[in-house]
Ligand binder design. Structure first.
Ligand SMILES: [Zn+2]
Length: 68
């Protein structure tokens, strides 16, 4: 599980992987992807603002759900 920052070309409405809220993406998007580079989804700014450790913890829970 890794992060990828991508530049955005326009306003896109996305659903946050962690809090499931819809949000508008800015110029920079934080995308979660696996080691093969396949994207799982975006993370919203509120969740990013909670800090890297918190995000990492939520994503651990998320990946456990994926494997279950
Ligand atoms: Zn969120």
């Amino acid at each position: 599980m890794k992060f990828q920052i991508e530049c955005n070309t326009g306003d896109i409405s996305k659903m946050c992987l962690i809090c499931q809220e819809n949000f508008q993406t800015d110029e920079a998007r934080l995308i979660v992807c696996n080691d093969q580079g396949e994207g799982y989804g975006d993370i919203c700014h509120q969740c990013i603002a909670k800090g890297g450790n918190w995000v990492q913890f939520q994503l651990q829970k998320f990946s456990q759900k994926l494997l279950a």
